[in-house]
Design a protein around this ligand. Sequence first.
Ligand SMILES: CCCCCCC/C=C/C(=O)SCCNC(=O)CCNC(=O)[C@H](O)C(C)(C)COP(=O)(O)OP(=O)(O)OC[C@H]1O[C@@H](n2cnc3c(N)ncnc32)[C@H](O)[C@@H]1OP(=O)(O)O
Ligand SMILES: NC(=O)C1=CN([C@@H]2O[C@H](COP(=O)(O)OP(=O)(O)OC[C@H]3O[C@@H](n4cnc5c(N)ncnc54)[C@H](OP(=O)(O)O)[C@@H]3O)[C@@H](O)[C@H]2O)C=CC1
Length: 311
Amino acid sequence: MGNEPLNAPDLHAPRIFRPEPGDPGRPKRGLDDEALRTQATIFRDDLLAGHTILISGAGSGMGKAAAYLAARLGANVAICGRTREKLDGTAALIREETGREILCVEANIRDPEAVETLIGAVHDHFGGLDTLVNNAGGQFPQDAIDFSRKGWLAVIDTNLNGTWWMMQEAAKRWRADGKPGHVINIVANVERGMPQAAHTCAARAGVIYLSKTVATEWAPHNIRVNCIGPGVIETEGFRMYPEEALARFHNANPMKTRGNAWDVAEAIAYLASPAGRFINGDLMIIDGGQAQWGVVWPAGMPEYFSDNGAA
Ligand SMILES: CCCCCCC/C=C/C(=O)SCCNC(=O)CCNC(=O)[C@H](O)C(C)(C)COP(=O)(O)OP(=O)(O)OC[C@H]1O[C@@H](n2cnc3c(N)ncnc32)[C@H](O)[C@@H]1OP(=O)(O)O
Ligand SMILES: NC(=O)C1=CN([C@@H]2O[C@H](COP(=O)(O)OP(=O)(O)OC[C@H]3O[C@@H](n4cnc5c(N)ncnc54)[C@H](OP(=O)(O)O)[C@@H]3O)[C@@H](O)[C@H]2O)C=CC1
């Protein structure tokens, strides 16, 4: 399907952006392996020694950075995603830099049976699980009025249902084993809505309130549940958005900048560490102030809003 003009003056013209496979002619975005290798951390080397962490969607972006940092801090790391070669890339980086082997499981979080197998595999391999990071997810940018049923379902199934299968399965194991546990759900900054990402906004808002609810229900089982809401974080995932929109993404926050995957990785390490032990049912926003100020138009801003709403 072709890409239609993004700022079409005709308000009735549906706008669609589908990246081409392999993203020909577009720059690579996000922290590459070289950049990850040289990131400094404030945390001590053995902060997560003996801690087992499972991170979904860790073949790229924030998940990969979080897996790499956790391994550097001494954690036993398991990762999942749908693409074997991306998972292998994360494992290779970690092996080269730390000498540690991680567990890679190809799994689609939308499939509850695959999730059950995954959680079982992590327990079998490492003898337990301490922190589950639900990072896998995503969406495509589109005006809500034009969502196809299949597109709506794909985004809800990934970001809401997939996250739920993972956290419920992990919690069942923790309850059965009488072990404490911790879930960190990566969501998004949704409090003022997300134009052109209404499907993901609905799913992420669902995850935030699901998390706050079970943070209470599961406290008797010694299970904590928190969320992290990233703003505009430059990763490989930016390929889902047209260049014209990407050129304005930094304007979404008053710092007029983009975060990177390391900003989120360090927050995950903090929450997973003993420093996070009294944090429960929280939503940590990492967005440079976007929640108070900016707005993202990930499919391209309609002409109507081109003065940015300024008085
Ligand atoms: C937070 C968002 C707003 C702020 C943006 C600023 C910050 C950036 C935030 C990020 O999240 S960056 C990370 C982005 N990374 C991803 O999104 C990667 C993962 N995304 C996906 O895997 C897909 O987008 C998906 C839809 C979530 C997964 O679906 P599935 O694997 O089933 O893919 P498809 O078979 O390709 O699609 C199913 C269905 O969905 C519709 N659709 C898909 N892409 C588009 C598109 N570009 N435009 C319109 N509709 C789309 C469509 O109906 C597809 O079915 P078919 O028509 O292909 O049969
Ligand atoms: N970057 C940003 O500015 C923001 C990102 N987010 C969210 O943060 C998370 C990480 O994003 P980011 O690192 O930027 O993007 P990426 O696209 O790099 O990472 C998303 C990862 O999720 C995996 N994934 C997607 N669907 C599934 C699935 N059904 N089952 C298993 N794995 C899946 C993908 O791998 P594969 O396709 O191989 O399965 C991919 O590695 C996502 O949930 C994203 O939507 C939220 C707000 C802002």
